[in-house]
Design a protein around this ligand. Structure first.
Ligand code: FMN
Length: 180
């Protein structure tokens, strides 16, 4: 069974990551969920815990029961890393080598693993040259980026920035793990 590390960040599309986690479980993946603090403001860890039938990781410094160094063991056991939704903030941190919470620390340790970034944000944020520059940097470093879709955004604006369809993300994960 392949293991996917699903990173969930603090955007309005965080609730869609629950559907993605559910699809991945149905597809037979083991799923470890790492949420940023902001993601927990949008959706409760309990939702993911129930879907993946396992603990959800949110804190670099949480006491551990098995004495493993969590951010390293999570990175080691992942066959694939998915960040969905990926905020402008996490994209920026990853592209610039910042590891100041559990998710970005795991991402730093998992750089040899295939990693898929699924941006989701307001159109103006997505079109910001800084965000585009960070995405370009990540692509150049071998990260796959699943482009967001155009449509009506939660803030009422119309344009690019909606999280890619979770079925498309799950199918991409299947394809990548079948190759590895
Ligand atoms: C209601 C609301 C919706 C937000 N939606 C998004 C979003 O879709 N994408 C994004 O990049 N940031 C969004 N943000 C901003 C992030 O939550 C903020 O940048 C936060 O620091 C991200 O933290 P994280 O990257 O550690 O999860 C939103 C903020 C609020 C209050």
């Amino acid at each position: 069974m392949s293991r996917i590390l699903l990173g969930v960040t603090g955007g309005i599309a965080a609730y869609k990551a629950a559907d993605l986690a559910s699809r991945l479980v149905k597809d037979g993946f083991g799923v470890d969920v790492v949420m940023t603090k902001s993601a927990c403001a949008f959706i409760a860890p309990l939702t993911f815990q129930t879907i993946v039938r396992g603990p959800v990781y949110t804190d670099t410094f949480a006491p551990v029961s098995d004495y493993s160094v969590e951010h390293i063991s999570l990175a080691k056991r992942a066959d694939l890393v998915l960040v969905a939704p990926a905020t402008a903030n996490v994209i920026g941190k990853l592209a610039n080598g910042i590891a100041d919470d559990l998710l970005t620390t795991v991402l730093m340790a998992a750089w040899r693993k295939p990693c898929v970034i699924c941006p989701a944000m307001n159109t103006a944020m997505y079109e910001n040259p800084m965000v585009q520059e960070n995405l370009r940097k990540l692509r150049e470093r071998g990260y796959a980026v699943i482009e967001p879709e155009a449509g009506r955004l939660a803030c009422g604006d119309e344009g690019l920035g909606r999280l890619a369809d979770t079925g498309i993300i799950a199918a991409f994960a299947k394809k990548l793990t079948a190759q590895s």
